[in-house]
Design a protein. Structure first.
Length: 269
């Protein structure tokens, strides 16, 4: 069972489900997309490591995911996601924060850093979206399966297991616990978020991100092409990149110790 966090209402009756633990500088963790995705299923162990390292960690379920609200009349655009996230931070009286985002959450992090540069202190990106045209992402094996399964309807445990097997390089790390957590979230989801998701290509704006950037990528990522790592490195004026061989889309799980330690050192530097 996924542990219940807190709930807070922002505008338009929208309710965020989130975890808020620890003290110190604030780190906002933004999870990726996919069937049964949530803050906890993505980042539960990294969240603990950051909290124990002395940070205040905010881990929300994004709009349309987990136990947060899932409006069926919204276009799930970059601006919509980030408008809601800023409303969450304002409701929690948080002005300055660092970001840690993977995949969809990485794209949202880039967008937040561009639009709210005075509030974002540091940026950690784990195979972020938002740096290629949509056609490039749609050709990736993982994205193809994600879209065909989710938009095709009738998702069951067998499809969840097949999708999860594409995330890591070594799919033996996909445990019964992971599958059970995704199956717990699955009935809460609707197709609106995947059907209307609209994330622009922000590659040309990367030079405007002046905050320190740390990016991670697995060389065997089947969802977000590793060519994005060079785009982050070339575009952002203050970036460092870590690449992992024999690693897929889940660096934070597949290389958890190295990921956690590097993030903590980067945030403390």
């Amino acid at each position: 069972m996924i542990p219940q966090g807190s709930y807070i209402e922002v505008s338009d009756g929208f309710k965020f489900h989130y975890y808020d633990e620890g003290n110190g500088d604030v780190v906002l963790l933004l999870h990726g997309s996919g069937t049964g995705a949530s803050g906890h299923t993505n980042f539960k162990n990294n969240f603990i490591a950051l909290r124990e390292a002395g940070f205040r960690v905010i881990l929300p379920d994004l709009p349309g995911y987990g136990f947060s609200s899932k409006p069926e009349n919204e276009i799930y655009s970059l601006d919509y996601f980030n408008k809601k996230l800023i409303e969450l931070l304002d409701a929690l009286n948080i002005q300055e924060f660092s970001l840690l985002g993977n995949s969809l959450g990485g794209a949202l992090s880039i967008g937040l850093a561009l639009k709210h540069s005075s509030r974002v202190q540091k940026l950690i990106l784990m195979a972020p979206g938002g740096v290629e045209n949509r056609e490039v992402y749609n050709e990736m094996p993982g994205i193809k399966k994600l879209l065909s399964d989710f938009l095709g309807g009738n998702i069951d445990q067998e499809k969840i297991e097949g999708l999860l097997a594409l995330f890591p390089y070594d799919n033996s790390i996909v445990s019964k616990e992971m599958i059970d957590e995704r199956m717990e979230i699955l009935p809460l989801m609707n197709s609106q978020v995947m059907a209307t998701m609209d994330i622009p290509n922000m590659e040309s704006e990367l030079p405007l991100i002046t905050q320190p950037v740390l990016a991670f990528w697995g060389m065997n990522d089947q969802f977000i092409p590793v060519s994005g790592a060079m785009k982050i490195g070339d575009g952002c004026p203050n970036a460092q990149i870590m690449l992992f061989s024999q690693c897929g889309h889940w660096v934070m799980i597949e290389q958890a110790e190295a990921f956690n330690n590097t993030c903590i050192n980067f945030l403390n530097s």
